[in-house]
Design a protein around this ligand. Structure first.
Ligand code: MN
Length: 227
């Protein structure tokens, strides 16, 4: 097939022991750990999960030098477990939701907090605070065959060797299965979709030169440097 302009490249994520994973869409869950909801000034009651998106080509592989983004002076880290879907569906029941999962990875939901904060105040969309270039670093995927379906385990982020964020998967307000089920009622999910599952407490700013090391127990680490 020929196109009117050169076709864009397919965004992929490396898979441990396998072929690269093609990324379709990136969904993100907001406020999915109680302590983080509180630090952002919200009541962590179990309100329904809410979602926002990042552009697919915001993915950045581990080992990258990530450019400090434009139009912000409050560029923040959010360490998160990422779920990669190998199957799709709509209105998927919770009991079957994990059947859709291909694997898991460590990701960062990088955020221009000042732009996001201004949008919140004005009841405007978050997109430019969340969905900008290079805003979705993601480590290699570990397939379910090796990763299982993690429901507990440490989640942490170090900046220049100093612990900044620390939580546990068991503290997720909405489990992976519940999140998939809920999201599949809002949109049809497809193979290649990613879900960033939310961040524990301790979010904060980074500057040029900072090295970010992200970890979820049992998964390959994520290591990036801001330049
Ligand atoms: Mn997040």
């Amino acid at each position: 097939m020929t196109f009117a302009i050169p076709a864009p490249a397919i965004t992929t994520i490396p898979v441990v022991g396998g072929d690269p994973f093609p990324v379709r869409r990136i969904y993100c869950v907001g406020r999915n750990y109680a302590a983080h909801a509180r630090e952002m000034g919200h009541d962590p009651d179990r309100e329904p999960p809410f979602f926002f998106m990042k552009p697919t080509d915001a993915i950045v592989p581990t080992g990258s030098k990530v450019p400090y983004p434009s139009q912000t002076s409050d560029y923040q880290h959010e360490i998160e477990m990422v779920v990669a879907l190998g199957k799709g569906g709509r209105d998927v029941p919770v009991e079957r939701a994990l059947d859709l999962v291909f694997g898991y990875a460590v990701g960062l939901d990088m955020t221009r907090r000042d732009i996001q904060g201004a949008a919140k105040k004005l009841s405007r969309p978050w997109d430019m605070g969340k969905g900008f270039d290079h805003s979705a670093p993601c480590a290699p995927l570990l397939p379910v065959a090796q990763a299982g379906h993690p429901t507990q385990g440490a989640v942490w982020l170090k900046v220049n060797g100093e612990l900044r964020q620390q939580g546990d998967l068991s503290d997720l307000i909405w489990s992976v299965a519940e999140t998939i089920a809920f999201l599949s009622g809002l949109v049809e999910l497809f193979p290649g979709d990613l879900i960033y599952t939310g961040t524990p407490e301790g979010v904060g700013p980074v500057v040029k030169g900072d090295r970010l090391l992200g970890h979820v127990d049992g998964l390959p680490d994520l290591d990036i440097t801001i330049v």
